[in-house]
Write a protein that binds this ligand. Structure first.
Ligand SMILES: NC(=O)c1ccc[n+]([C@@H]2O[C@H](COP(=O)([O-])OP(=O)(O)OC[C@H]3O[C@@H](n4cnc5c(N)ncnc54)[C@H](O)[C@@H]3O)[C@@H](O)[C@H]2O)c1
Length: 345
């Protein structure tokens, strides 16, 4: 590919789409050339802010524009597969917001299409580009935390209720992609409990348990119904522990704390040694994850490489959410997740 800017069309200008337009326009070597939404008022807001950007209500118009290299899809989840498939068939590289698709069959279809047509397909798992998340991955990978015993995470706030998906499909992709990235493995089992408090058919709170092949267990709490916003994850390792709070000015805190059983023979006497050492709050780089994410998409287009938020990782996330749904359908039963596809680390 030439050094000319990659020309983007962004489809879907609701809550999230305008953030994608802004970051594309800030990135050297990229240009938001066209925006598309069914709502003319959404187009007007963007084209007023960026007069060089052309607005259209027709997705077909986007697909038939030969000057567009890449299409970004930020529409509701049910539209991800049909729109991404159409864009790939039109010869465009595709960035599709999380989750990659509404089922693993749809995700597999998109992955197959992208491979056959030699195009980049990337799901928008933004947190993989977040500096605190990247820092914790390094702490885990370097062995500083020791064996990861368990991870517990809360992602709750008031709103935004979605009309077409449950809270597990809306917020779950964030934690599931982070866990997949940190641990480098897909869970072997999932079980879940949820409730539709406001709209009975759409679960707005979910408590999810995950078991990983390495022995790590995780608990993920998701809700659109909470008095205050929590984005808090605790990682407990055999050597150290970490608290990641995405709402804090000190998002990563490393605790040199733990418990050891000095002599297993004395277990009956409960002679554990507890260690409460230093708490370190490392300096975390400030960078907008979405900018880094679009940059990675552009690099993949230019080099043919695989982005960190790969389509295969997107598929693993969809499979995890499907296991959650299967557990809910079976009254909270523990559901096995079949052997994971190979995912680039
Ligand atoms: N990565 C993140 O952190 C993050 C955050 C929020 C949302 N998202 C994702 O972004 C996507 C959109 O979420 P949202 O909250 O912005 O939804 P939204 O409902 O606010 O916006 C969706 C927009 O798509 C438009 N649209 C629907 N069908 C269309 C079509 N056929 N052609 C053109 N436009 C169409 C709608 O008019 C609307 O403006 C979802 O996949 C969501 O999961 C990602």
């Amino acid at each position: 590919m030439s050094d000319a800017p990659i020309r983007f069309a962004v489809v879907g200008l609701g809550y999230w789409g305008p953030n994608l337009v802004r970051n594309i326009n800030e990135l050297p070597g990229a240009e938001a050339a066209v925006v598309c939404d069914l709502r003319p008022e959404a187009l007007e807001t963007i084209t007023r802010r960026y007069p060089a950007v052309r607005g259209t209500t027709s997705f077909t118009d986007v697909l038939s524009d030969p000057t567009i290299d890449a299409v970004v899809i930020a529409t509701p989840v049910s539209k991800h597969h049909p729109m991404a498939a159409a864009a790939l068939r039109a010869g465009k590289h595709v960035f599709v917001e999380k989750p990659l698709a509404a089922s693993s069959e749809e995700a597999a279809d998109l992955i197959g299409l992208a491979e056959r047509l030699d195009l980049v397909l990337m799901p928008g798992h933004t947190f993989l580009y977040s500096p605190p998340v990247m820092m914790i991955r390094e702490l885990i990978a370097s062995g500083e935390l020791g064996e990861i015993y368990f991870i517990s995470t809360s992602r709750v706030n008031l709103g935004l209720h979605q009309s077409d998906v449950s809270v597990a499909w809306d917020l779950g992709p964030h934690d599931f992609s982070i866990l997949r990235y940190w641990l480098g493995e897909t869970p072997s089992h999932a079980s879940a409990l949820s409730r539709g408090c406001i709209i009975p058919s759409i679960p707005d709170v979910a408590f999810i348990n995950l078991e990983f092949p390495s022995g790590t267990v995780a608990h993920v709490e998701l809700s659109w119904l909470a008095p205050s916003k929590l984005r808090r994850t605790t990682v407990v390792g055999s050597r150290k522990m970490v608290v990641y709070d995405d709402t804090s000015s000190e998002p990563v805190r490393v605790f040199d704390s733990g418990a050891v059983l000095p002599n297993p023979e004395t277990f009956g006497e409960y002679k554990l040694t507890y260690r409460t050492g230093d708490i370190l709050s490392p300096r975390v780089e400030v960078a907008e994850p979405l900018y880094r994410e679009i940059e990675d998409f552009c690099t993949a287009i230019r080099t043919g490489g695989v982005p960190r938020s790969s389509a295969e990782l997107g598929m693993e996330v969809v499979r995890m959410i499907e296991a959650v749904d299967a557990s809910l359908d079976a009254g909270g039963a523990r559901i096995g997740i079949s052997a994971p596809a190979r995912v680039a680390a």
